[in-house]
Design a protein around this ligand. Structure first.
Ligand code: ADP
Length: 187
């Protein structure tokens, strides 16, 4: 298996090439959309493998807390259904519109909010996909920079809270991009 491991204080930062739906962690993060009603990419894979219990809880969250949808940059947790993870944290990354429309801050917020939800629920191992770099079109090199910088800062400001934060990269190219950034930022 292709994997790289770094350390930030007591927390492991791990890059793996693989499928987010197969991760045996406390929480997997879903690159959802505001509707929380499912979609393609990571979202489709999580709902397909996790089963209908996830969508049921998403509907309930929409009804009770977010009737207009989950805002970009925010996060909520549900059951993980049949996935090997304990919880799914749904977050919404920004759609890339050229980069001058708040995309970097919104992407950072998606990572920060997700880790905030994990911390609040006592979830100590968290796996992220590469949020926004699929259908939402965020350039992977710029997204990796923000993802890794934000996760590093959040781990540093929350010492002892997380055992492991893992990035699960679906393609070899994405994996190499994240590894290149991590070598510079975390090493
Ligand atoms: P977004 O809408 O936020 O761009 P996507 O799901 O379209 O989200 O894509 C985000 C990234 O997740 C892309 O790099 C895509 O290749 C990757 N991806 C797709 N399926 C999976 C999966 N099962 N596990 C991990 N990553 C995946």
């Amino acid at each position: 298996m292709t994997t790289n491991e770094y350390r930030i204080g007591e927390t492991r930062l791990v890059l793996v090439r693989g499928d987010i739906t197969e991760q045996e962690v406390d929480a997997v993060v879903n690159a959802a959309n505001s509707t929380l009603m499912g979609g393609g990419g990571v979202d489709g894979a999580i709902h397909r493998k996790g089963g209908p219990a996830i969508l049921e809880e998403c509907k309930e969250i929409r009804r009770t807390r977010y009737p207009d949808g989950l805002p970009t940059g925010e996060a909520v947790a549900t059951t993980a259904g049949d996935l090997p993870a304990r919880r799914v944290i749904h977050t919404v990354g920004p759609i890339w519109r050229g980069g001058a429309n708040g995309e970097p801050e919104l992407l950072a917020s998606a990572y920060r909010s997700s880790l905030g939800v994990a911390r609040d629920e006592g979830l100590r191992t968290v796996a992220f996909p590469s949020i926004s770099t699929g259908a939402y079109g965020y350039p992977t090199d710029q997204a990796a920079e923000i993802a890794l910088r934000t996760v590093k800062e959040t781990i540093e400001t929350n010492p002892g809270v997380f055992d492991e934060v893992r990035f699960v990269l679906f393609s070899e190219a994405d994996y190499e991009t994240y590894r290149g950034v991590a070598e510079r930022l975390v090493r």
